[in-house]
Design a protein around this ligand. Structure first.
Ligand code: ATP
Ligand code: MG
Length: 385
């Protein structure tokens, strides 16, 4: 008896994409996610992916594989020889190992060389289970346990269907530069882009000593959690203290927030370009704070030409928190280490900044910013998560 995980991917998500390319990429991502498990072998067979592994690796591998984008559901299964005696014995063993009062057998004969047709096989296996386990009943419609028996070259027996995250395999939609802060929103924004198949280049602006190294570690931890879903994140930790302090020194206080954000965008775009990323992504949500009004977003957008994706734009904080909790970033995000924006927040930030006014306020930075930006990018620490 062998153990496997059956992996199902959505047919709908294949539309418009090259099917084989999609599946090969998914196989590659699954292999990559499971590479720490020595027993694992991943292969594709007729419409699905099979992960072969030892019983010891099953639990850990199952937890990891359910996170991989592009997978709709998985089932842990046992695999036995396609021989009726062997199948009967294994079916009974599986039933005995499960707690249920009502059950059904769903038999599927995929290999026409097998002599018993599906309905007959179902009845026969059902009878074996009924005969050998006391106090149980057949229920074809809402059984406690639906035991699937799929006869192919080998026979797969399973009863658990674990729903996964769906989406597209990471790598099929190019790269984005994700402005990743230590907050609740941006890791969720990154998760959502990765779910659509985008590889993440994280960009974190670090203002040491205003933000401690613990704040930086927190961002690295968040990138690690997100990488559990998307495989890898390349994280740029950009030293931002000099630029930020300079802005506060030379620009009008009411507009410093927006100007700081404009410099973040400029630098992120440069990092995106150098990494072949086609867009920027932020965790902004309309109206959440003063800089996230339409005027504010417009003023931050104006400095870049790459498209800026804001997957949380129409979400309430509560909805974002619910996703953060589900994907496991929330606990880390609410750790109390300040990020640079909270330190440099003006007392009365402009909520409706006019672009011309911002450009004017920013003028003192113009002559001096170029070399500072270049230096910040050059000195950025690159962490492969
Ligand atoms: P988050 O939005 O992640 O919860 P936040 O609410 O503290 O963090 P905001 O001030 O709302 O951050 O900033 C909006 C967006 O700007 C963030 O979602 C993030 O994409 C980006 N951002 C803010 N600060 C930083 C930073 N220090 N480094 C990188 N990106 C940042
Ligand atoms: Mg926010």
């Amino acid at each position: 008896m062998k153990h496997v995980i059956l992996v199902r991917y959505g047919e709908i998500s294949l539309k418009g994409l090259n099917r084989n390319y999609f599946i090969d990429l998914l196989v590659k991502n699954i292999r990559n996610t499971l590479k720490r498990f020595e027993s694992v072998k991943v292969q594709k067979i007729q419409g699905r992916i099979i992960v072969d592994l030892s019983e010891e690796d099953l639990e850990g591998a199952l937890e990891a594989v359910t996170k991989v984008f592009g997978i709709v559901s998985v089932s842990p299964a046992i695999v036995v020889e396609s021989d009726i005696d062997v199948i009967e014995k294994a079916t009974l063993e599986q039933a005995k190992a499960t707690d249920f009062k009502t059950f059904r057998i769903t038999a599927k004969r995929g290999d026409k060389r097998f002599p018993i047709q599906s309905p007959e096989l179902g009845r026969r296996l059902g009878a074996v289970v009924l005969r050998n386990i006391p106090d149980i009943k057949v229920d074809m419609h809402t059984p406690d346990m639906n035991l699937w028996v799929e006869v192919r070259e080998e026979t797969y027996i399973y009863h658990k269907f674990i729903q996964c995250n769906g989406g597209l395999p990471v790598g099929c939609s190019g790269k984005t530069a994700l402005l990743l802060s230590g907050g609740i929103d941006s890791p969720v924004a990154g998760y959502m882009m990765a779910k659509r198949g985008v590889e993440l280049i994280g960009v974190y602006f670090h203002s040491f000593p205003f933000t401690s190294d613990r704040a930086k570690d927190k961002v690295i931890d968040l990138a690690k959690i997100v990488s559990g879903y998307c495989g890898k994140v390349t994280l740029y930790v950009v030293p931002f203290t000099e630029i930020q302090t300079k802005i506060v020194e030379v620009c009008p206080e009411r507009q410093t927030t927006i100007i700081i954000r404009r410099y973040m965008m400029r630098i992120a775009q440069e990092i995106a370009r150098r990494n072949g990323a086609m867009s920027l992504t932020t965790g902004e949500s309309l109206g959440q704070v003063a800089s996230q009004t339409q005027e504010g977003l417009g003023a931050t957008n104006a400095v870049v030409d790459l498209p800026v994706f804001r997957p949380l734009i129409g979400m309430d904080k509560q909805e974002i928190v619910a996703i953060a909790e589900r994907i496991g970033t929330f606990e880390t995000s609410i750790l109390p280490y300040e990020d640079c924006c909270t330190i440099f927040v003006p007392k009365h930030p402009e909520t409706k900044p006019k672009l011309e006014a911002v450009v004017k306020s920013e003028r003192p930075m113009e002559e001096i910013a170029g070399p500072m930006i270049e230096k910040a990018i050059e000195d950025a620490e690159i962490i492969r998560v």
